[in-house]
Design a protein around this ligand. Structure first.
Ligand code: FES
Ligand code: FES
Length: 136
């Protein structure tokens, strides 16, 4: 094998054919938006979830990532993973799970961290919006 680290085919697949790219109107009441940055490199990820208010299940997901291939692949994979999940389960996803699935090398661990931070931020945003409506 050569000395250059090759990317895993799954990373290349998600990078060249990212799933669920786009955005929702963040003012929508059933949408939670997570916007996070990686201090290590300055890359930015926006992940949005659309939630079924009655069941707490994530019914739709979109992302936009301005970053490296591993960050794009991590966010693309995350959108596939959380669709159909409850908020509780989605909040438990660890970046190490994503890194393992995509076989990211250690130097690219922070790229998958971005995806964990983004889904947590999106869930928090959705919950605080909901609390605000309930209190109205
Ligand atoms: Fe180059 Fe993040 S530092 S893509
Ligand atoms: Fe910074 Fe990948 S290099 S997110």
């Amino acid at each position: 094998a050569g000395s250059r680290r090759m990317y895993h085919p799954k990373v290349i697949d998600h990078y060249t054919n990212p799933r669920n790219v786009g955005s929702f109107d963040k003012k929508l009441q059933d949408v939670g938006t997570g916007l996070v940055g990686a201090p290590a490199c300055g890359d930015v990820m926006k992940l949005q979830i659309q939630v079924d208010d009655k069941t707490g299940v994530i019914k739709n997901v979109k992302f936009k990532t301005f970053g490296c291939g591993s960050a794009i692949a991590s966010s693309s994979y995350m959108t596939e993973l959380v669709r159909g999940m409850t908020l509780e389960d989605a909040a438990k996803i660890k970046n190490t799970e994503i890194a393992r699935e995509l076989s990211l090398p250690p130097v690219k661990l922070h790229c998958s961290m971005l995806a964990e931070d983004a889904i947590k931020a999106a869930i928090k945003d959705y919950r605080s919006k909901r609390k605000a409506t309930v209190l109205k």
